[in-house]
Design a protein around this ligand. Structure first.
Ligand SMILES: *Cc1c(COP(=O)(O)O)cnc(C)c1O
Length: 423
């Protein structure tokens, strides 16, 4: 099946007389006839549903669809993108371990890495993703267990050189984890560039309608966890009578462990209702993304012509410093998110934002409705000036998430707000 077809048909194919649309199985539990059958499920000797915290048919269909879209061997849905990133790391790192991360990442991910993981004994070194491979390797330590970046960074809208990160990972014999939220698998499939684990906040484009929060971890299935660095996967798990994930589950060791151990113990499971909504959104992903991209290019060009705007960050523009990276990694299109720098800084940005009428101010991106946000006073307000700078955010930076409205209505709204700056 081609990508567009998978968006509609992967994960759920009804048999004769069954519902055409993926049903919501709103049940926490599943009935069995014998203690023996239930026992086998608990021992991971048989596959099947027994409790929705671990697996649910609606969520399972969505996981299968996302794995198919990314080209992975399996996926695990979580109740938010934050939970997905947390589990993806915790599944392989523990107290005493170290990770390298690009500094151009989502504010929530930064907090998780810089503060919460640190409290748990996991140390993260932030690097400039544009540094050379040699420079990046200097951040490595004997206990480095992963490297992390975002396909298109939120909110700096910078494109990651994935092959460079993959080659650093290869040299260190560690996995490359990537947050593919902004590109979506429609525009980029990081496994094709050497990533090992893909993460999404499904709250964004995969849902697209701003109706559910969710996350997903996708396992590429290619990393060799038996290299001595990942005892969590290659040594016996006493909580399952000493099974060894790499032996029992082979290519799917990582994603199976994330489910049967971390989801079992930490429980950030999505509701079946939310999985249904996520699936509904994914059915139209390609159509929406094409329009998000088309509108964003038109709007980005328009913004470059405005006097009040000092800089437009959109790698779809030939003038953008990441244009060549975008041509390589996301050649068919980009997210609808544009970042702009107001010439006169914070107050001018705020005045313009307050003057918008059709475009609403929201702590969100990737919605079909256009919205805008001022990171320095919202999502990134906990960061110091220095940290803001490292993440590519200045006081006058505004993040505009272009929706799928008729672009002329959007341009008219942006223009009337610029007119008010003059007045
Ligand atoms: C929103 C976002 C997250 C966090 O996802 P939630 O669903 O809000 O928890 C992670 N990464 C990126 C790139 C995001 O945009």
């Amino acid at each position: 099946m081609e990508f567009e077809t998978k968006c509609l048909h992967a994960g759920y194919q009804p048999e004769n007389g069954e519902p055409r649309v993926l049903p919501i199985v709103q049940s926490t539990t599943y009935a069995y006839d014998s203690t023996e059958e239930i026992g086998k499920l608990f021992d991971l000797e048989a596959a099947g549903y027994f409790y929705t915290r671990l697996a649910n048919p609606t969520t399972g269909a969505v996981e299968e669809k996302i794995a198919a879209l990314e080209g992975g061997v399996g996926a695990l849905c979580t109740s938010s993108g934050q939970a997905a990133t947390f589990y993806a790391v915790l599944n392989i790192l523990e107290a005493g371990d170290h990770m390298i991360s690009s500094s151009y990442i989502y504010g929530g991910t930064y907090n998780l890495f810089a503060h919460t993981l640190r409290k748990m004994g996991i140390e993260v070194t932030f690097v400039d993703q544009d540094a050379s491979k040699e420079e990046l390797l200097k951040a490595a330590k004997p206990n480095t267990k992963a490297i992390f970046g975002e396909t298109i960074a939120n909110p700096a809208v910078k494109v990651l050189d994935q092959e460079k990160f993959a080659s650093v990972a290869k040299e260190l014999d560690i996995p490359f984890l990537i947050d593919n939220t902004f590109a979506t698998p429609y525009f980029c499939r990081p496994f094709e560039f050497g990533a090992d684990i893909v993460i999404h906040s499904t709250t964004k484009y995969l849902d697209g309608h701003a109706v559910q929060t969710g996350g997903v971890i996708v396992d590429g299935g290619k990393f060799n966890w038996n290299n001595g660095k990942f005892p969590q996967l290659s040594e016996p798990d006493e909580t399952y009578h000493g099974i060894v994930y790499t032996e029992k589950f082979g290519q799917a060791a990582y994603i199976t462990k994330a489910r049967v151990q971390l989801m079992r113990d930490l429980g950030a499971t999505p509701s079946p209702q939310n999985s249904f909504l996520l699936n509904l959104g994914m059915e139209t992903l390609p159509v929406r993304m094409d329009r998000h991209f088309e509108n964003a290019v038109t709007i980005a060009k328009y913004l470059t012509e405005q006097k009040a705007i000092k800089h437009v960050y959109y790698p779809g523009l030939e003038s953008d410093e990441n244009y060549n990276l975008a041509q390589k990694y996301v050649p068919n299109g980009l997210c609808g998110v544009i970042s702009v720098e107001f010439a006169e800084g914070k107050e001018q940005a705020a005045k313009w934002l307050d003057a918008l009428e059709l475009v609403s101010l929201e702590v969100h991106v990737a919605d079909i409705r256009t919205c805008a946000l001022h990171p320095a006073t919202s999502t990134h307000r906990q960061l110091t000036d220095e940290e803001l700078q490292q993440a590519g955010i200045s006081p006058g930076l505004v993040r505009l998430s272009c929706g799928i409205e008729n672009v002329n209505d959007l341009l008219a709204d942006l223009q009337q707000a610029f007119d008010k700056l003059e007045g």
